[in-house]
Design a protein around this ligand. Structure first.
Ligand SMILES: [Zn+2]
Length: 128
């Protein structure tokens, strides 16, 4: 599949920022390399990250740059819309506790579920 451009990321961000009722937030989106993502997420195989500042309603969203994608096709890496929706949803969860590992895990699981539900709604028409 064709590597997404920065323009594509921005258009996905605009589309989903509106859909997720985050228009009162100032959110930027960009590509980042794997080392940067590992550093800010403290995870092993990150494909995206969200630095959010809830009190300012500002966030920076990062998506793994295509040149760092694995050689074997990985659906998770290539579905940048999924990554953008996931990272945008982190803004909605920004006020919640990120203190313990178990809280972080519950938030990640909830965001994964909501992202899947959102994309199913959008993509259902084309598929069925
Ligand atoms: Zn996440």
């Amino acid at each position: 599949m064709k590597a997404p451009s920065l323009r594509k990321l921005n258009s996905l961000k605009r589309e989903w920022q509106k859909r997720l009722h985050l228009l009162d937030w100032k959110i930027s989106v960009g590509f980042a390399n794997i080392d940067f993502l590992k550093e800010i997420t403290a995870t092993i195989g990150p494909i995206g990250a969200c630095e959010h500042f809830a009190e300012l309603k500002q966030a920076k969203i990062w998506v793994l740059q295509p040149s760092d994608w694995a050689k074997e096709p990985d659906e998770r890496e290539q579905d940048v819309e999924d990554t953008v929706v996931h990272e945008l949803l982190h803004c909605q969860f920004a006020p919640f506790g990120y203190e313990s590992d178990i809280e972080k895990l519950y938030i990640e699981q909830t965001i994964e579920t909501l992202t899947a539900a959102m994309l199913e709604l959008k993509r259902a028409n084309g598929r069925k």
